[in-house]
Design a protein around this ligand. Structure first.
Ligand code: MRU
Length: 355
């Protein structure tokens, strides 16, 4: 199975997702600027994968520093962390992973005894930071597998499943969040029929989800975003599964633009709508969906991205929010690695995160 973020032979490599499905090319990220650009341009994307790339990225940013003392090193680390954090605003995993790396560093600062030499301490600190990035990647893989098992318990053989955007292996360390049960089901003969929304404007559903599922032999049908109601009305969809970029404390979930309209349709047609949210994506400090910062991207993505001929008049006024918030009342259940959460979300999300 493909891994979107790899650290091998002392190199941070990411699969450049802007080239998919035409070309599978890994690129090396050597500096904090490389990491920032790769996240900002969606060469690495999807909330958990952004978190993993940021964790390795902040390590890469400091691995060659030869600071004079702990305070200097911590100051430079903080600068790199704050810089990488500006790459994108919505997916909370970016901030979660960077904060976790910094907590690790500061905890070591408390315990260091500066023996036998600062150089050796510095080497030790860098090794520990690397281990922390590795742990974030490994825990994400494990969380995805666990979400796969929990998610599969909600699904039955032969079901038609609609998904939006890409919350598969490309969006995580491995396996995906909402596509993890699809992969497990594939291994266990569930014969799911997956419908993938193309997901305008950047076509994560068309370029990424339909690519990774068809590579795994899953029965996947690509549809345009405006066809979701049609396939639901024909009775082809038994469940909707989606990922999440940030879930607020009340259960409102920000995910790729277009997710909320799918949730509203699912309610109308009586279809369960499941949001897959690792606990690293639950942000209890954000009270409601209205408090989540929604990334707005350039209008060119709407009118000149994919064809040689312009898709609309040049310079046309555009509005291009990259995410929307699905109100918690449309979410049938939230699947986390620790188990399935049902309403009331305010109370039950807090319990699962703290428990
Ligand atoms: C497991 S990934 C969940 C979300 O990050 C995913 O559905 C999504 O919205 C990705 O948006 P993107 O803009 O491609 O980073």
């Amino acid at each position: 199975m493909i891994t979107p973020v790899r650290y091998e032979d002392d190199k941070l490599m990411i699969l450049d997702q802007t080239l998919l499905p035409g070309e599978e090319r890994y690129i090396e990220l050597r500096t904090k600027e490389d990491v920032w650009k790769a996240i900002n341009r969606l060469q690495v994307r999807g909330a958990p994968a952004i978190g993993v790339a940021a964790a390795y990225g902040v390590y890469v940013a400091v691995r060659d520093l030869e600071s004079e003392n702990f305070n200097d090193f911590a100051r430079d680390f903080h600068g790199a962390k704050e810089y990488i954090a500006t790459a994108r605003p919505t997916a909370v995993n970016l901030f979660w992973a960077l904060d976790r790396m910094e907590r690790k560093l500061l905890a070591m600062g408390d315990g260091l005894c500066f023996e036998p030499s600062w150089e050796q301490e510095l080497k030790y600190i860098k090794e520990e930071l690397f281990k922390e990035a590795e742990a974030i990647r490994k825990e994400d893989e494990e969380a995805c597998l666990a979400m796969g098992e929990h998610g599969l318990s909600l699904l039955k053989k032969g079901m038609g499943i609609l998904t939006h955007c890409n919350a598969g292996t490309l969006a995580t360390a491995k396996y995906g969040t909402c596509l993890a049960p699809v992969y497990l089901g594939q291994e266990r003969g569930y014969d799911f029929k997956v419908f993938s929304d193309e997901t305008r404007p950047l076509l994560q559903g068309a370029r990424l989800t339909s690519w990774e599922l068809s590579q795994a032999g899953v029965d996947v049908t690509l549809i345009c975003d405006n066809m979701a109601a049609s396939v639901m009305k024909q009775g082809w969809i038994d469940a909707v599964v989606v990922g999440c970029d940030r879930m607020a404390a009340n259960g409102d979930g920000a995910n790729k633009i277009g997710t909320s309209q799918v949730a509203i349709l699912a309610k109308e047609y009586g279809i369960p709508f499941y949001m897959f949210v690792p606990t690293s994506t639950i942000d209890l400090a954000t009270p409601t969906g209205g408090d989540i910062a929604i990334e707005e991207r350039k209008g060119e993505e709407i009118y000149q991205m994919w064809y040689e001929k312009p898709m609309a008049p040049a310079g046309i006024k555009t509005y291009n929010p990259s995410f929307d918030v699905t109100d918690h009342r449309y979410i049938t259940a939230v699947v986390t690695e620790k188990g399935i959460v049902y309403p009331p979300y305010e109370e039950n999300l807090r319990k699962i995160v703290k428990g």
